[in-house]
Design a protein. Structure first.
Ligand SMILES: NC(=O)c1ccc[n+]([C@@H]2O[C@H](COP(=O)([O-])OP(=O)(O)OC[C@H]3O[C@@H](n4cnc5c(N)ncnc54)[C@H](O)[C@@H]3O)[C@@H](O)[C@H]2O)c1
Length: 362
């Protein structure tokens, strides 16, 4: 049987670490469809899960030991889709083995470990991209370009990321059937034991990365948090280094449809973006108002497979020796600092916390 997928002559040979949810639902199929990636190897300690994924995606090699996949000279880069606490240790091992790294978000669980990873990767001359896939949302990419070319000085950024109480009804419908195994390796303890940490890392990382993508560095934040009846809500004021002010809303979960997006006000125009649940694979619907022409544009942005697109971007950068087009290690660290600053600000009754003064982890 042949696969109906067109590949470029030179594809990046990738080894995928982990056969859990993200790799089953996004990266294994993303590698298969990507124009410039060859699925060289897959690794998981759970042999049954590995066998299932190998049968579906047909890598050249399979490994139950990560060290062995890293020793495979055919593997040029790894995609790391394992529990958050394993991100940095697994990425460091890849860097030591001379492999480029695509690392799921959040970059890690503490600022110090992320900084160590950044230094190691730089010292080896390798590429590291963090899996903030919204940077490859074609609607948001258009809006970013519009902002840079047309919007003049920016005064205000508003961002919201509100998970929906109905999200599992939706995702069960649109995601592939997911497999699990008794043998899967999970970080020690229950990551959901402290829900505000868990939601900040899992969801807050997307909210902050989108803000960084549009606005650049955040100087400081002031956050308030409330939880009632299973709902967790953060309202976060922030100052951007560019001089704009921001207001961010992270809520898990609201009693309506998935509610995510942003608005940006500038002297030359305005952007409004509505973003969908990622598993719908739909680009954000974006409205860009241009003051000069008095017209509003909305790109069609047909290709909503931002998980495939981020892998293609990663491979393009490596194959063409070009700068990273996704979230860099610096972006991943900024997100970590913003999350920790938010957490600290809540503890200090909404005090302003500078990102440069943050340390430690969640
Ligand atoms: N970008 C997104 O939209 C998005 C969505 C979901 C999850 N994620 C991220 O993806 C990451 C993985 O989440 P998940 O839910 O897929 O995890 P998971 O726990 O379901 O799967 C991880 C798999 O990796 C394997 N594994 C772990 N360490 C290993 C090792 N050293 N050697 C071999 N196998 C190993 C485990 O056995 C397991 O099968 C998380 O960091 C999460 O935040 C991102």
């Amino acid at each position: 049987m042949n696969r109906n997928v067109k590949k470029e002559d030179r594809c990046l040979r990738v080894g995928v670490l982990g056969c859990g949810i993200i790799n089953q639902a996004a990266h294994l199929i993303g590698c298969t469809k990507a124009r410039n990636i060859h699925l060289q190897a897959v690794c998981d300690v759970a042999e049954d899960l590995l066998g299932k994924m190998a049968a579906m995606y047909e890598p050249d090699s399979v490994y139950t030991e990560y060290e062995k996949m890293l020793a495979d000279p055919q593997v040029e880069a790894v995609i790391i889709g394992v529990g958050d606490q394993f991100h940095v240790p697994c990425a460091k091992m890849a860097a030591e083995a001379g492999k480029h790294i695509f690392l799921e978000k959040p970059m890690g669980v503490s600022i110090e470990e992320c900084e160590e990873l950044k230094s190691l990767v730089e010292s080896k001359g390798l590429m590291l991209q963090v899996g903030h896939m919204k940077r490859y949302d074609a609607g948001l990419q258009y809006a970013k370009q519009f902002k840079e070319q047309k919007m003049g000085e920016i005064t205000t950024y508003k961002g919201w990321y509100c998970d929906s109480v109905g999200r599992y009804t939706l995702t069960d419908n649109v995601m592939p059937v997911l497999y699990s195994s008794e043998s899967m390796r999970k970080p020690a303890g229950n990551p959901k034991a402290v829900l505000d940490h868990y939601y900040l890392l899992g969801h807050g990382s997307h909210l902050f990365d989108t803000a960084l993508f549009f606005m650049g560095e955040i100087d400081r934040v002031s956050a308030r948090y409330v939880h009632r009846g299973g709902m967790h809500s953060w309202l976060i004021d922030c100052d951007f280094a560019c001089g704009a002010i921001g207001a961010l809303d992270l809520t898990v979960a609201i009693a309506q449809q998935w509610h995510e997006g942003c608005e940006i006000y500038g002297t030359g125009g305005t952007v409004f973006a509505k973003t969908y649940n990622p598993w719908e694979f739909r680009s954000s619907v974006v409205e860009c108002y241009d003051r000069e022409t008095d017209l509003c544009t909305t790109p069609a942005a047909y290709d909503g497979h931002f998980y495939r697109r981020e892998l293609e971007g990663f491979a393009d950068s490596i194959l063409n020796h070009a700068p990273c087009t996704g979230a860099t290690a610096d972006d991943g660290i900024q997100v970590m600092r913003a999350l920790i600053a938010t957490y600290r600000s809540v503890q200090e009754a909404g005090a302003w916390v500078s990102l440069k003064d943050t340390a430690g982890g969640l």
